[in-house]
Design a protein around this ligand. Structure first.
Ligand code: ZN
Length: 183
């Protein structure tokens, strides 16, 4: 598949989205069969919740969607276990930034389709800003390595969003003021 093809399919509407979900179920089913694990309704509900999510998400976001919008009762532990399985079956990507050691702060992203993903990710709040850059795509497509056939890629550039940056600057100024008062 050429990079960028999935993007066009996604724009085709609901049927493309349903087809994508079917494909994801198929991949996951194969993985579960291989590991001799059960196909439970909870695991499929987690996939459905992730499917409706755009960009990066946390366990809490999936939990709230399932409990609230989808009215599906499930424990955080089950969601966590399912995410681990989805990660192992390469359907979900776990971000490797420093999320302060709290599993509830870990950020995930679905890899259901092979669409182009260029992302700026804020390390503080997890907000993601997506963009497409043709020159980056071209540069990556031009990289050749013998013994490796590239299929898709995702690029994450970690940093701080303007909102978090402003908050940090404010906090620093406040800190300086307090220190001066004390002196
Ligand atoms: Zn931020």
């Amino acid at each position: 598949m050429q990079f960028g093809m999935a993007e066009k399919t996604e724009k085709a509407g609901k049927s493309a989205s349903d087809k994508l979900l079917d494909d994801v179920f198929h991949v996951f089913e194969n993985y579960l069969r291989m590991c001799k694990m059960r196909r439970t309704p909870e695991r499929y509900a987690v996939i459905r919740a992730i499917h409706c999510t755009q960009g990066i998400f946390t366990i809490d976001q999936i939990y709230n969607r399932l409990i609230g919008e989808m009215n599906f009762h499930i424990s955080l532990a089950t969601i966590y276990n399912t995410l681990e399985l989805l990660e192992k079956s390469h359907l979900v990507l776990r971000h490797q930034a420093n999320w302060k050691g709290d599993p509830r702060l870990v950020h995930y992203e679905k890899c259901f389709s092979q669409d182009i993903r260029h992302n700026f990710v804020c390390k503080e709040c997890g907000n993601t800003f997506r963009f497409t850059d043709k020159s980056l795509m071209g540069a990556i497509n031009r990289i050749k390595r013998s013994g490796f056939r590239p299929e898709s890629y995702t690029l994450f550039v970690y940093g701080t969003c303007s909102r978090c940056h402003n908050r940090q600057v404010k906090a620093e100024k406040q800190q300086v003021k307090t220190t001066r008062k004390k002196q």
